[in-house]
Design a protein around this ligand. Structure first.
Ligand code: AOF
Ligand code: ZN
Length: 365
């Protein structure tokens, strides 16, 4: 493995990330074809998850004798498309460099083995950590049956999300709100709790960025106590809305949402109310790999208590509301400071007149 190998792999990972938010249930893979230091082809997983990255990179180029850098092990299975390992063999590449073994049981080492069986030199585990972070959603879905969860908060300096009377528009400025839309677009689903859906009547779409795809909008509403006549219901036929509900959700509320075109997902909410593990499992079962949670405080607290927040994006505005305001995070039932949900800093940056802090879970993914 050379420094050039690492550099081209970082490029493959970056290209793959272009697919984030629109390739689920598939991973967002990138591929770069290089011969004698020159890039011959580049590709990434296409919207909807297909064609795969390797096939895109191989299009319109003669890759004989080249090195293929792929951010995930090339697939070995005949799905709706033939295996990428075959495509690389047929194209006559001499060497394949990968970052990760694909945990999908249909692949799981077979892609590497096929390539080696065809006499191709295979180098594994180049920039593994960066690739695992980039595709953490896919890896979590396949290995743990849950999506990657990003928690977004728009807070005052004293950690509030609304005044005591419920006013929350707007805590942060237009630049921060614009960035929230860009972040939504990089996730498969946007999630809010029923309280937020009731209080804000949000529409949770990506607006103003010229993007052509929209994340699925998900509301966790155990008893379906959210008005189907609001903005989510109004657009549910054009852009998917899924309601996660418990077994006790009344039939008339189910019918109202169904009539609007929303998807109803019976989830295991557990005896104590919001059982986030069951909820996230239900989303992963439907192929969701990346969830962007926009509150409210109760849902955010439940996710934190379950240890299922992987990244936190906090936008802080230079305002104070006071302790009578609504707290961004509900009750965490913490006894010891040592038990506090704790995160490591990834990045700090000014966004307009607000500050963005990006944190990630200390758990190695
Ligand atoms: C690759 N390159 O760009 C991606 C791969 O349903 P299918 O047939 O599209 O297969 C999906 C599986 O293929 C997915 O679970 C993962 O194992 C792999 N995704 N593989 O070689 C790609 N997106
Ligand atoms: Zn493939």
């Amino acid at each position: 493995m050379t420094e050039a190998d690492r550099r081209f792999m970082r490029l493959a990972i970056a290209l793959g990330q272009r697919g984030l938010g629109r390739v689920w249930p598939n991973p967002a893979v990138g591929c770069v074809l290089v011969r004698e230091g020159r890039i011959l082809g580049r590709g990434w997983t296409q919207p909807g998850g297909r064609p795969h990255a390797e096939v895109m990179a191989l299009r319109n180029c003669d890759a004989r004798g080249a090195t293929a850098y792929v951010s995930l092990e090339p697939c070995a299975h005949h799905g709706q498309t033939p295996p990428c390992a075959d495509a690389l063999i047929k194209a006559g590449v001499a060497r394949v460099v990968t970052a990760l073994t694909d945990p999908d049981p249909r692949v799981a080492g077979r892609g590497h083995a096929m390539l080696r069986g065809a006499g191709i030199e295979v180098v594994e585990r180049v920039e593994t950590e960066a690739a695992a972070r980039a595709n953490a959603g896919f890896l979590l879905r396949v290995t743990q049956g849950r999506p990657f969860v990003t928690l977004k908060l728009a807070l005052t300096l004293d950690g509030r999300i609304a005044t005591a009377s419920g006013q929350s528009r707007w805590i942060t400025g237009p630049e921060a709100r614009r960035m929230v839309h860009a972040l939504r677009a990089r996730h498969d689903a946007v999630l809010v709790g029923a309280g937020t859906a009731r209080a804000d009547d949000p529409d949770l779409q990506v607006r103003g960025l010229g993007v052509t795809h929209q994340p699925v909008r998900v509301v966790a509403a155990r008893g379906l106590g959210v008005d189907a006549g609001g903005r989510l219901g109004a657009s549910a036929r054009e852009i998917p809305v899924w309601l996660l509900h418990g077994p006790d959700a009344p039939e008339d509320a189910r019918a109202r949402w169904r009539d609007r075109g929303a998807g109803l997902i019976g989830a295991d909410f557990g005896a104590d109310g919001l059982h986030v593990a069951g909820m996230l499992r239900a989303l992963a079962d439907r192929g969701i790999t990346r969830v962007f949670c926009e509150g409210g405080g109760t849902l955010a607290a439940q996710l934190l208590r379950a240890g299922m927040v992987d990244a936190v994006m906090v936008f802080s505005a230079g305002k104070f509301i006071g302790s009578e305001g609504l707290a961004g995070i509900g009750d965490l039932a913490l006894r010891e400071l040592a038990d506090a949900a704790s995160f490591e800093l990834v990045e700090t940056r000014a966004v307009g007149s607000d500050i963005l802090h990006h944190w990630r879970s200390r758990r190695a993914l």
